[in-house]
Design a protein around this ligand. Structure first.
Ligand code: ARG
Length: 384
């Protein structure tokens, strides 16, 4: 029945998909694609893919992920109901890499391991279904239990992690770590400390850091230039030490389900806090007002996986245009989970010391004239 290319993570679900695509769906050849967006254990997953698939590809997309996906997200202050869109922003990139390989090997179909309850099926398929390939989603169609999967995996000599039941499901990339499922599903349960891997709750003394931006893109930390991937890693490390960037929230999934979600994202919190502040210094009141509204739309498109919707391109064009003057530095204080801006500066600041200072007085007659006209229409209404 031909070839299928599977978006592969190395986890139990996508591993079980490999023999299922042969036995249940009748494909002659299953090709796995593992896209490296900064998740841990990549070599373990790669080994597994090589072992069980007919052909395996690992694609290092870390730099592309940061430059083409995370940087636009920073410019857009990408945030959906308080979630910094970690999984959501990576899915289109993973899906596109799968399509590249599918074209290269002349595949007939593409597959993913998402279930029918989440958002990721929508994100993969928004990209997949815009191509010539047939789409297969074994986990959604077959509704298998974990016990069945483990048995099936053993039968096919697929290594199953020693830990019996993983208490929760983790999705990780350079931008954020998502932890969901198990006891966390119940919104009334307090998230246990052991859930966290990037952020520490150990007491530290406050630390001040400086982040510099050029046209909305972060370039330096504490005066030192960093490569894009290294910059994110560095800020995850610094912020993580101070417990910065934990989110515990109720999230509205696309299909309507409300879900309790836990996230860790130190670099994202630092960069978005700093970037928003620098925008307040460099953009006009009206630019800020409209941009904040459009940012909601931008985030929703990303959350829904609709990055090929023409509006997404339009929004990015607007956002890019606003970022031309968003250059400068922001100093932040990190301590005990908090991240606050303590100072900022920019050659493009729309701030005038002369105007804001208490020392200099505005000409009283100018101010009086302004007052006379301010609220004019409301006064006219009272007369009618
Ligand atoms: N709720 C998030 C989203 O829809 C993250 C999902 C990540 N999946 C996981 N198995 N932890 O983007």
């Amino acid at each position: 029945m031909g070839k299928v290319v599977l978006a592969y993570s190395g986890g139990l679900d996508t591993s079980v998909c490999v023999p299922l695509l042969r036995e249940h769906y009748g494909f002659d050849s299953v090709i796995t694609v593992l896209v490296d967006v900064g998740q841990p254990d990549i070599s373990e997953a790669e080994q597994k893919g090589r072992m069980i698939a007919d052909e395996h590809y690992t694609i290092d997309a870390k730099r592309e992920f940061v430059v083409d996906y995370i940087f636009p997200l920073i410019k857009a202050n990408g945030c959906y109901e308080g979630y910094v869109l970690g999984t959501a922003i990576a899915r289109p990139l993973i899906a596109r890499k799968v399509i590249d390989i599918a074209r290269k090997v002349g595949a007939d179909a593409v597959a993913h391991g998402c279930t029918g309850k989440g958002n990721d099926q929508l994100r993969f398929e928004a990209i997949f279904r815009a191509t010539e390939f047939k789409v297969v989603a074994p986990m959604r169609e077959l509704e298998l239990t974990r016990e069945w999967e483990i048995e099936y995996a053993k039968k096919h000599k697929i290594p199953v992690p020693a830990t019996k039941e993983k208490p929760w499901s983790v999705d990780e990339n350079l931008w954020s770590r998502s932890i969901e499922g198990g006891i966390l599903e119940e919104p009334g349960n307090v998230t246990p400390e052991e859930v966290y891997a990037w952020t520490s709750s150990k007491e530290t003394s406050p630390e001040e850091i400086m982040v510099e931006f050029e046209r909305g893109i972060p370039t330096k930390v504490n005066g030192k230039t960093f490569e894009p991937v290294e910059l994110i890693k560095k800020l995850n490390e610094i912020g993580g030490r101070h417990g910065v960037g934990r989110t515990d929230m109720i999230e509205d999934r696309v299909i309507g389900i409300k879900a309790r979600e836990n996230y860790e994202h130190p670099a994202a919190t630092i960069l978005l806090t700093a970037h928003r502040d620098l925008e307040s210094l460099t953009l006009t009141y009206r630019q800020l007002k409209i941009k904040r509204m459009l940012e909601q739309e931008w985030a929703e498109l990303v959350y829904h996986g609709l990055v090929e919707e023409p509006l997404f391109k339009d929004l990015n064009a607007f956002i890019d245009s606003t970022q031309e003057c968003v250059s400068g530095w922001v100093k932040l204080r990190l301590h005990a989970g908090s991240c606050v801006v303590v100072a900022r500066g920019s050659p493009n600041a729309l701030y005038s010391k002369e105007l804001a200072s208490f020392e200099t007085k505005i000409d009283g007659r100018d101010a009086e004239g302004f007052c006379k006209l301010h609220g004019l229409q409301a006064r006219l209404r009272k007369r009618t």
